[in-house]
Ligand binder design. Structure first.
Ligand code: WT7
Length: 645
């Protein structure tokens, strides 16, 4: 790993909200007296009724309970919209850049207010009440943001489902959240291709019926409208007023559910609440991106992921920022698209995933260098470890050696950024997420739970709570406790491995559980396995990750067929298509190996360690295979290993 150090540029140290000295002082204060620290920070949002209690948290096994600012009341939509009207009604809130470069528009805070109020009134007119769950399955258009903020405005709980998920995945999420409404669009548009969103919702609703589907017109493509269930958004919006009072919400009322993959079972509904979440995302957005009034900020994520929730919508809008929302993809119409958009809208801060950087690196420097990128002052990275080569390229080629990079480590569960550089304060080491954010107390533990001091490598846990933390798994508090608080009592277990160097910098080494990270998206190996075995010809499947040059990790599937079934190239394609249909394109196996048998212990447990090593091409490091029921299985697996692409 690279140990090259990038100093804080002098101009940055002068201009930034935080210097190194200030970071150290504030960090120490946040750990020493969290109540005092967060009592102060809570004031960065507006409260209808102020809080008197700051933190009320127990990590005790069987009694895990996390509450912040619990006696305060507020409204997230009010904080992201109404409170800016006095000073920013004419300022741009959202810059929307369409898939086609000829399509873009700017939405001011004044317009945002009207749009959100209208959407909220449409929800009300269609029967949505405080506490109801609303599923949102939308393309990257401003209406996705209006819909989220409209839910927040009336106290409904949104569950955004990424537009790349299949009908089955939507149906599972509708059922788990018991939601009676879906908001979608006729079609999405990405890279010039149409995505049949409404048709996917129709298929999902066959399995998981809903009362109402609200359809936003995006492409004008032909869609079926079901009488008594489906309504056009523009027709409903024409009937309602542009004013809607924000509901008074308790700090711990749910704001949203977002499903994410775990090491076992179905995706879990991560529940985030109102007050603490908003304080945390607003604060991290301001400090990590060193946001100053008037700047143009662009996070390239999709609103279907937590990065989109916290750093396209809630954090930036709570801060009165101008946030850019991009409908398209990095390679359309040309591979310079990101940088063309940066020049077109004079973007100051650009936040993306390592996988995007790696894939653009493949096309060389010219597509970047033919653009100006003069407006850029800060770059960000999120979603997976960034390898030092990609970091250096991002810094040198995209940032012209001028822009610091913030490599931000966090998770759907953490709500906001946890370990990260602060651009005016932190010397950078390529590949390291560097130091903890305020109030975050990372620890490294060994398998027995012993806390490791100094330079060390172990499992990453967080001692103490922070306001943006998830509160429960929706409908399954027991699973919440078991997943995050049982391995190491009294600490939050992240599922990541991590190294701390002698300077106290953190280097995330990747997941230590059966979760893989494909292009910055989390996938449970168990989910892909259950999709594979749902195919009638498959008897058994085991899925592991392997190093992939662009995606970070690729999906490697070992598949055993039913007796009598024959493997073929055609079947391999069919299985990939089957997984895409069951879960969505992001879960497509990259490599499928047909295996007559899987390595098992005598008690029948699949030895994944061996499968991982074979997929990683490290045959010599297989370790102890003496406990295998049939050691010959391994020779066959090695002999028939699929080649990496
Ligand atoms: C997992 C969380 C956080 C929003 C996007 C992903 C990995 C995330 C980094 C980073 C190394 C990272 C971890 C984490 N991860 N950011 N900067 N460096 N690894 O959210 O889908 O909940 O995935 O992504 O493994 O546990 P998510």
């Amino acid at each position: 790993m690279s140990e090259k150090i990038y100093e804080v540029p002098a101009a940055w140290a002068k201009k930034a909200h935080l210097t190194d000295a200030k970071y150290k002082k504030m960090y120490a204060a946040s750990i020493k007296d969290p109540d005092k620290f967060w009592a102060e920070q809570g004031k960065r949002i507006d409260w209808f009724k102020p809080y008197s209690k700051v933190r009320n948290v127990s990590y005790k096994p069987g009694k895990v309970s996390i509450k912040w600012y619990e006696d305060g009341t507020t409204n997230v939509s009010y904080n992201c919209v109404d409170r800016h009207l006095a000073t920013r009604a004419k300022q741009t809130a959202i810059i929307w850049e369409g898939d086609d470069p000829s399509e873009s528009k700017k939405i001011s805070y004044g317009q945002l207010y009207t749009e959100v109020c209208k959407f909220a009134n449409v929800l009300k007119a269609n029967g949505v009440k405080k506490g109801d769950r609303v599923t949102i399955y939308m393309p990257m258009i401003p209406e996705a943001t209006y819909a989220m903020l409209a839910c927040a405005r009336i106290g409904a709980v949104h569950s955004v489902v990424f537009g790349g998920f299949s009908p089955d995945s939507i149906a599972n999420r509708i059922e788990d959240a018991t939601s009676e409404m879906v908001i979608t669009a006729d079609e999405g548009l990405r890279g010039g291709r149409k995505v049949p969103l409404k048709a996917n919702v129709d298929a999902a609703a066959e399995k998981a019926p809903v009362k109402t589907v609200i359809v936003v017109k995006r492409t004008g493509g032909d869609v079926a409208m079901k009488d008594g269930r489906d309504v056009w958004y523009h027709e409903e919006a024409a009937k309602v007023s542009g004013h809607c009072p924000p509901a008074e919400m308790k700090a711990e009322d749910p704001l949203f559910i977002l499903y994410t993959s775990g090491s076992t079972g179905k995706p879990k509904g991560v529940l985030h609440t109102t007050g603490g979440y908003l304080v945390y995302v607003a604060m991290t957005h301001q400090y990590v991106f060193d946001y100053h009034d008037g700047e143009i900020y662009w996070c390239t994520a999709d609103v279907g992921w937590v990065t989109g929730h916290s750093y396209i919508v809630y954090g930036p809008l709570a801060n009165g920022a101008t946030t850019l929302m991009f409908e398209g993809i990095p390679t359309y119409p040309t591979i310079s698209r990101f940088w063309d958009v940066v020049d077109k809208h004079k973007v100051n801060t650009f936040y993306t995933a390592p996988t995007a950087i790696r894939s653009l690196m493949g096309a060389g420097e010219e597509p970047v260098k033919r653009t100006k990128r003069k407006s850029l002052r800060l770059l960000g990275s999120v979603g997976e470890p960034i390898n030092p080569e990609a970091w250096e390229w991002y810094h040198r080629v995209v940032g012209d050696d001028r822009c610091p990079i913030v490599d931000t480590w966090w998770q759907t569960e953490t709500g906001g950024i946890m370990i990260t550089p602060l651009p005016g304060a932190t010397r950078l080491k390529p590949g390291s997420a560097t130091r903890p954010f305020f109030g975050v107390k990372p620890e490294l533990v060994d398998a027995e739970g012993k806390v490791l001091e100094g330079a060390a490598e172990g499992n990453l846990v967080i001692a103490e709570s922070w306001p943006g933390q998830m509160r429960t798994v929706y409908g399954d508090h027991k699973r919440f406790e078991e997943t995050y608080f049982s391995a190491y009592p009294n600490k939050y277990f992240t599922g990541d491995g991590c190294r701390r160097d002698a300077d106290g910098y953190y280097w995330i080494t990747g997941r230590v559980d059966d979760v893989i990270n494909v292009s910055g998206h989390r996938m449970g190996t168990a989910e892909v396995e259950s999709a594979l075995v749902s195919h009638p010809m498959v008897s058994e499947a085991a899925v592991v990750g392997y190093p992939h040059d662009i995606k970070g990790q690729g999906i490697y599937a070992y598949v055993t067929l039913m007796t009598g079934e024959k493997s073929s190239e055609a079947l391999r394609k069919e299985l990939v298509a089957h997984v895409r249909k069951e879960i969505g394109p992001i879960a497509s196996p990259d490599l499928i190996q047909f295996a007559p048998g899987l390595p098992k212990t005598r008690s029948g447990k699949i030895m994944r360690r061996i499968l991982r090593k074979i997929a990683e091409d490290e045959f010599s490091a297989l370790g102890d295979t003496s406990t295998l029921a049939d050691p010959a299985v391994v020779d066959d697996l090695i002999a028939n290993r699929q080649n990496k692409r």
